[in-house]
Every structure is written in C-alpha cells, then in structure tokens.
Design a protein around this ligand. Structure first.
Ligand code: PBG
Length: 308
C-alpha cells in the first residue's frame, strides 16, 4: 500500500532491428536473445508484445546498401518504411516509433553528412528531415531523431507540418551521452564509426547542466517527448530532466546495460530476474514516464504474473 512506484506494460517500449531481406532472424552476439528480423519474421515477436500489453516499439533499420550520404535512410522501400507499413496494417495496437539517424546507413558510420571528415550540421538536418518525413508517410506515430545535431527538432517539426504530418509526434534523444554503453548496439546495427568517435555531437558524461539546456532547447523547438540515454548511469540527469520538463520524459536503457546483466547472469554472478525488476523499478522511481528497454517482454511478463 505504501509502495510509491509501479511499472506498467503500456509504459514500455521494445527496440526492434529490422533488416532488409527475407527469412532473417539472427541473434546478436553481444545481446543474447535479441535478434535482427526481416519483416516476414516479425509476427512472432509482435504478437508476443501485444499479448503482454507492451505500449510500443522503437524501430532501427539495417539496410543492404550503405553510401556516403546514407541514402537508404529515406528510401520509401527501405527496411524501416516497409516495416512501419506492415506493422500499422497488421498490429495497429502498437505505437510505432522510428529511430531517425544516419549512422546505420552511412558507409563511414557517422550520424550525418561529412565534410572534411567532420559531420556537417546543416547538411545533415536536411537528410534527417527527409528521413523523418519518409517514416511519417509510412505511418509512424512518433519519429525519434537520435543524431544530436543542433536545431534538428525545429527543422524536422517544420518539415513534418509543411507536409501535413502535424499529428506525427517527435521523441527527441535530448540528453544523449557519448557513451561506451552503446557498444553492443553498434555490432547489432553495424553502425560503428569507421574513424573517430561521436564526441563532437554527443554529450560529455561529465556534464549534467548541459543536459538540461538540451532538454529546454528541444522542448522549445517542439519535441513532444524528451529522452535521457543511457539510463542507469544517468539517473540523476533523468531526475533533473523530469523536474524541469513539462513534457513526458523517456529513459533508454541501452544495449550495454542489457549485455552487462546478461553476461553477469550467465556467469552466475547475479540473479537476472531480480536485477531486471529492480532496474526497471529504479528507472521509473527516478522519474521516467516511459522506458525503452530490451527487457520489455520480461518486465511485462513479471507484471502479468503479479511479480512486479
Ligand atoms: C543511433 C543510435 C544509437 C543508439 C540508439 N540510436 C547508437 C549510437 O549513438 O552510437 C544506441 C542504443 C543502444 O545502445 O541500445 N545514433
């Protein structure tokens, strides 16, 4: 009765990697029990999410073709665009969120268009907006720019509105840190930078106030949902973000957080079930309104059987 925090399945978002091609369900080595799927193999996982009342999914695309400009990112026949259409037609209960970024699509693995080996902010804005628009056209409910370019939220909002997508929401990766916790994701999505790192556009883990400035900016530019990422090592940032924000705040418990728990559990060093429950609870206690997590099905299952 005195318990302050409850976790609800509707507040969980499950990330899914969709790969171009047929009959693909490939396990991601560093993330046991997580897969890359082709569209024709998605039914099983989507039905499971619905049976568990999970609120939404976050889609990442794995294209066949990569080039300097990441042109597959806005291809209307691309993996994400096709998957969105398929899911909205066949599983309309799920809120469909799409990751909008270039790193999975560029041959160099950076999150934007390069000029003299540096990501060029304004040229990148244009391709991001094109990509977001193609997701909205396919039927995405929410687009989630994860690139961290300056001014991207306002620019994407404007392009969506101009094209009649006023009702497509934007979830901004506002406080996205340059983090080693993304390591396994880069294997999963084949998006590791070919040279350098992302520290020129992602945030320094040493900074907290800067995250609040990013949150305020994205809010002002029209973001509907703000995000803090990673989650566990940044619960102070999450707490502060929630304190100042008049919009819902999402937390993203990223690939490295998942892999660490999996690996430690496999060695018998920790109790996986208890850790899954505790971490989910703590992220919500810190102020998350929603949680993106690779453990969404397990968490929802615990809720279903009354264990969380
Ligand atoms: C794309 C993107 C990344 C993640 C989400 N969107 C990788 C990165 O910034 O390198 C990481 C998610 C995870 O680790 O689970 N920019």
């Amino acid at each position: 009765m005195a318990r302050e925090t409850f976790v609800q399945p509707q507040k969980l978002i499950y990330p899914i990697f969709v790969e171009e091609g047929k009959n693909i369900k490939t396990e991601i080595e560093a993330m046991p029990n997580q897969y890359r799927y082709s569209i024709d193999r998605l039914d099983e996982i989507l039905s499971k999410l619905i049976s568990l009342n999970i609120g939404g999914i976050l889609l990442f695309g794995i294209p066949k073709h990569k080039d300097e400009y990441g042109s597959s990112a806005w291809d209307e026949n691309g993996a994400v665009q096709q998957a969105v259409k398929y899911i909205k037609n066949n599983f309309p209960e799920l809120v469909v969120i799409t990751d909008v970024c270039m790193c999975e699509y560029t041959s160099h693995g950076h999150c934007g268009i390069l000029e003299h080996n540096d990501v060029h902010n304004d040229k990148t804005l244009e391709v991001l907006a094109k990509t977001a628009l193609s997701h909205a056209r396919a039927g995405a409910d929410i687009v989630a720019p994860s690139d961290m370019m300056d001014g991207r939220i306002g620019y994407i909002r404007e392009k969506l509105d101009e094209n009649g997508f006023e009702n497509t929401l934007i979830m901004a990766y506002s406080a996205k840190y340059a983090s080693a916790f993304y390591g396994p994701f880069r294997e999963a999505a084949g998006s590791a930078p070919a040279f350098g790192d992302r520290s020129s556009y992602q945030m320094d883990p040493a900074n907290g106030d800067e995250a609040l400035r990013e949150i305020r900016l994205d809010s002002k530019e029209g973001a509907d949902i703000l995000m803090v990422k990673p989650a566990l090592a940044y619960l102070d940032v999450l707490y502060r973000a929630k304190e100042i924000s008049d919009r819902p705040v999402a937390a993203y418990s990223v690939s490295g957080e998942y892999s660490m728990i999996k690996a430690a559990a496999k060695s018998g060093f920790i109790d996986e079930k208890r850790i899954i429950k505790e971490t989910a609870l703590c992220i919500f206690r810190a102020g998350a309104d929603m949680l993106i997590t690779y453990y969404a099905p397990e968490i929802a299952q615990f809720i279903k059987v009354g264990e969380l």
